[in-house]
Ligand binder design. Structure first.
Ligand code: GLC
Length: 818
């Protein structure tokens, strides 16, 4: 008998049929006596205390901490009952140097804390917090006091923050959201999700990056809401003049980051959450992937074909089928009888091998990884202590709790065998975590959370990040001084310290090419610069034109990899016929020619937190129209690209930022600060180089370490004014750069109507292999016959690419004077 029947039995005896009817209705549709959960708001400020660089304000019960991290970074935390949670974050690195100086002033109606760059004002009457620049111009302010709601199911609070959203304000950031760059009018959710074949505006996707930038009246700031629970952001969607962010648990803790430029905000966000380590050079070459290349013969056939056709490629990927029954860290002996030999042969031919590793560990008493995980209690458990079990590729699985440091250590060591086999890179997938049928883990699953334990509600969004962190840390030990290469699908802020990312299971459509363009720009301003899409689309079948246009965009994706699902047509660059092959080859070659430029951009990202892709808004935020441009973007410091996003498109409108520009393919000069109609023949795409810059170029190579390059080409694009260009070089594989084993060159180009000067400053202990620079002079309107290099007259030569001089890389000054 069920409890319901029991209840009916008891009531039957002395009730009328009508009452009985009513009773039955209530038993089947119980009126839940829900407590009315009220939102509580901070009240009037009653006082504060100061400890170090933190101020604790109170309304008599709740407390708010205002902590000065630097002159431009201020953290706000709310403790509804006056007790803060432990100050622990997976996202941030230790960056609290404190401000250079600050003052605290109590006014009649407010408190004002002012650093050298930012003012934080706390209004006494209603606890509203605002941020201003040092001229007193308010950049961001509360529209409501911070508020919360008790969470009766799990304990803790739902926490809310609501800011004013001036009419002109636009919003960027939030990671991999597949929507327009400006998030105004959108409400988004962060809950890492396996979203096969996702659609435009579908939300949430795979990653949680609770960081956004606002731009209002030409000034930018950032908010990083460091909360791993399910979080929401409403950008003036529900109320046209308000932006809110809230969470289903944890602390209301956010960092306010002062601009005024978007690039300042992103750099400072990187100070907080870290930058990407410098990848090995091969990782920024072209990569070929497929679900799946097997058996060994197919892998060899594909790689051989690349070399035969002379299409450059640095890495070949093995998806899940290389494993024995999808058991991680094993090989399928039938398909890959001698993996070590195969990997060595591929390496001799210039191919690195990258393999997939998922978190689901097959429940199999005879499988060593399962045995070890069981013996050491490393797998996640449900609220009532049963193991968390779910189905993924191998069938029934259990899942390591990567939020436990001991588990991470163990996981990192599991790669030993594959590393010894010669595997050069690892791809962590399904780590949202994805579970077939139910989507992900239920909320009650418990996690160690580095000692700050919590349910899956708290750990879900950082599960994937901690997985790839364990992978990266383990590989760093196993490869010793060599830089690991990792990719992850799920992410939380700070993941860039451990991994590159890709945008998951996209679709082979023109719409998705456009979505990819939006996602990569968005990821880049959200701190994840080393990002890419599945070029060509994961599901569905592209035709030659879509594949080729996507490949062209791929050249300008920091992570450049073709990948596709197993039930789709072949996706090698030659799979669409000779016409498309020739264009793809030309563009993959372009990627290799641009390698020194791209590597320099990676260095700038690592060292300064400069995004590799930059939306036009980031270049010219003072021009309101530019805040809404989405198709053109900057790739590194000097190149603007506008991918072709439609079939049969023979021209497109391209906006070029202020300054002088040159069309990459024929050096035609263009004036910036305006739109141009640009022809888009299939074998070209709109690529423009900024006048005044120096673009370094490698010769075409079949893989990054194929040859040493004695003569490095520099293309010098003339413009009037003073400009900076940089060139980074190192040994390409080790962490030597941490000890300045690199060569960092700073070129200063000065052009007037009748002169051109180039000087250089150098830093670092590494001597590049280049013994000569061949400098092409582009855009000079007069024919120059001689230039002075460090005072010595040097003649200008000519070849099919134009006029050039050959100089010693150690030159100090090159001068041309009419
Ligand atoms: C997931 C990944 C995809 C991979 C597949 C098989 O769908 O997103 O890239 O190929 O799993 O491992």
């Amino acid at each position: 008998m069920t409890p319901k029947d029991d209840k009916l039995e008891q009531t039957n005896a002395n009730t009328s049929p009508a009452e009985l009817q009513e009773e039955i209705h209530h038993v089947n549709n119980p009126v839940l006596e829900l407590p009315t959960i009220e939102k509580k708001y901070l009240g009037k400020v009653t006082g504060f205390v100061k400890e170090g660089s933190s101020f604790y304000f109170t309304d008599g019960k709740a407390k708010v901490e205002i902590k000065l991290f630097s002159d431009e970074i201020i953290r706000v935390r709310l403790a509804p009952e006056g007790v803060f949670l432990a100050d622990f974050s997976y996202a941030t690195v230790n960056v609290s140097n404190g401000p250079t100086s600050y003052t605290m002033e109590e006014r009649e109606d407010s408190y004002q804390i002012t650093t050298a760059r930012t003012a934080c004002i706390i209004r006494k009457a209603d606890f509203h917090i605002s941020f201003a620049d040092t001229e007193g111009k308010v950049v961001n302010q509360d529209a409501k006091a911070m508020h919360w709601e008790e969470n009766s199911d799990f304990g803790g609070y739902y926490v809310y923050c609501t800011k004013s959203a001036p009419q002109d304000e636009v919003f960027f950031g939030l990671g991999d959201k597949a929507s327009n760059l400006n998030l105004r009018g959108h409400r988004v959710k962060n809950w890492n999700s396996d979203t096969y074949s996702y659609a435009f505006n579908q939300d949430p996707l795979y990653k949680t990056i609770p960081f956004y930038l606002g731009v209002t009246e030409g000034q930018s700031y950032g908010i990083f809401f460091d909360n791993t629970f399910k979080t929401y952001f409403d950008f003036a969607a529900e109320q046209a003049d308000q932006t809110s962010f809230w969470s289903e648990g944890g602390e209301l803790q956010y960092y306010y980051i002062q601009g005024p430029q978007m690039i300042d905000v992103v750099r400072r966000y990187h100070q907080l959450t870290g930058t990407h380590y410098l990848p090995p050079l091969w990782a920024i070459g072209y990569h070929q992937c497929r679900w799946s290349y097997y058996p060994e013969k197919m892998v060899r056939d594909v790689t051989t074909e690349f070399r035969k056709r002379q299409i450059p490629c640095d890495a070949i990927y093995l998806d899940i089928d290389y494993m024995d029954g999808y058991r991680c860290f094993t090989w399928n002996a039938k398909y890959f009888p001698d993996p070590r030999k195969m990997i060595a042969d591929l390496a001799a031919d210039g191919f690195k091998t990258v393999v997939m590793i998922d978190p689901g560990i097959k429940v199999d008493e005879n499988y060593w990884v399962f045995q070890e995980g069981q013996a050491n209690n490393y797998f996640c458990r449900r609220g009532d202590d049963y193991f968390m079990e779910g189905f993924v590729w191998p069938g029934r699985c259990q899942f390591p709790d990567y939020t436990n440091p001991e588990v991470r250590e163990w996981w990192g060591g599991l790669y030993k065998g594959l590393v010894e086999d010669g595997v050069a890179g690892f791809w962590n997938d399904m780590n949202e975590p994805a579970v077939f049928g139910r989507g992900t883990f239920p909320d009650d699953v418990r996690h160690h959370y580095d000692g700050y334990r919590g349910s899956h509600r708290k750990a879900h969004n950082i599960y994937g990040m901690q997985m790839v962190r364990a992978t990266y840390d383990g590989l760093k030990k196993l490869y010793r001084d060599k830089r690991p290469f990792t990719i992850t699908r799920a992410a939380y802020s700070g993941v860039q310290r451990y991994s590159s990312v890709w945008t998951g299971d996209n679709i082979a459509t023109w719409e998705h090419l456009r979505i990819g363009l939006l996602q990569l720009q968005r990821l880049s301003v959200s701190g994840l610069s080393f990002c890419g899409t599945d070029i060509g689309g994961f599901t569905g079948n592209p035709d030659g034109e879509l594949y080729t246009r996507w490949m062209q965009f791929g050249v300008f994706s920091p992570f450049m990899r073709v990948h596709s699902a197993g039930d789709t047509r072949d996706r090698e660059p030659w799979s669409f016929g000779p016409e498309w092959e020739a264009i793809c080859k030309k563009f993959i070659e372009l990627r290799y020619q641009l390698l020194p430029y791209i590597y320099t951009a990676f260095w700038q990202q690592h060292k300064y937190g400069d995004p590799i892709l930059r939306p036009i808004a980031m270049l010219e935020q003072h021009i309101p129209q530019n805040l809404r441009r989405e198709e053109e973007f900057a790739f590194g410091d000097h190149i603007i690209v506008s991918p072709v996003l439609n079939p049969g498109q023979s021209s497109k409108t391209v906006y070029l930022p202020e300054g002088d520009w040159y069309y990459y393919f024929d050096d035609t000069a263009y004036t910036g600060g305006q739109e141009h109609q640009v022809a888009t023949p299939l074998d070209e795409m709109p690529i423009f180089v900024r006048g005044g810059s120096i673009i370094p170029e490698y010769p075409i190579m079949q893989y990054t370490s194929e040859t040493k390059i004695p003569v490095l080409t520099l293309r010098l694009f003339y413009a009037e004014g003073r400009f900076n260009s940089y060139l980074y070089d190192d040994q390409g594989e080790t962490f030597g750069y941490e000890n300045k084993e690199y060569s960092w060159k700073h070129f200063i180009v000065e052009g007037t109507s009748d002169s051109l000067k180039v000087s250089q400053l150098a830093e670092g202990h590494y001597t590049s292999y280049h013994s000569q620079y061949k400098i092409y002079l582009i855009g000079l309107s007069v024919e120059v016959l001689e230039m002075k290099v460090d005072g010595v007259l040097t003649s200008v030569e000519k070849d099919e690419r134009g006029s050039y001089i050959v100089v010693d890389p150690a030159f100090k000054k090159i001068v041309y004077q009419a």
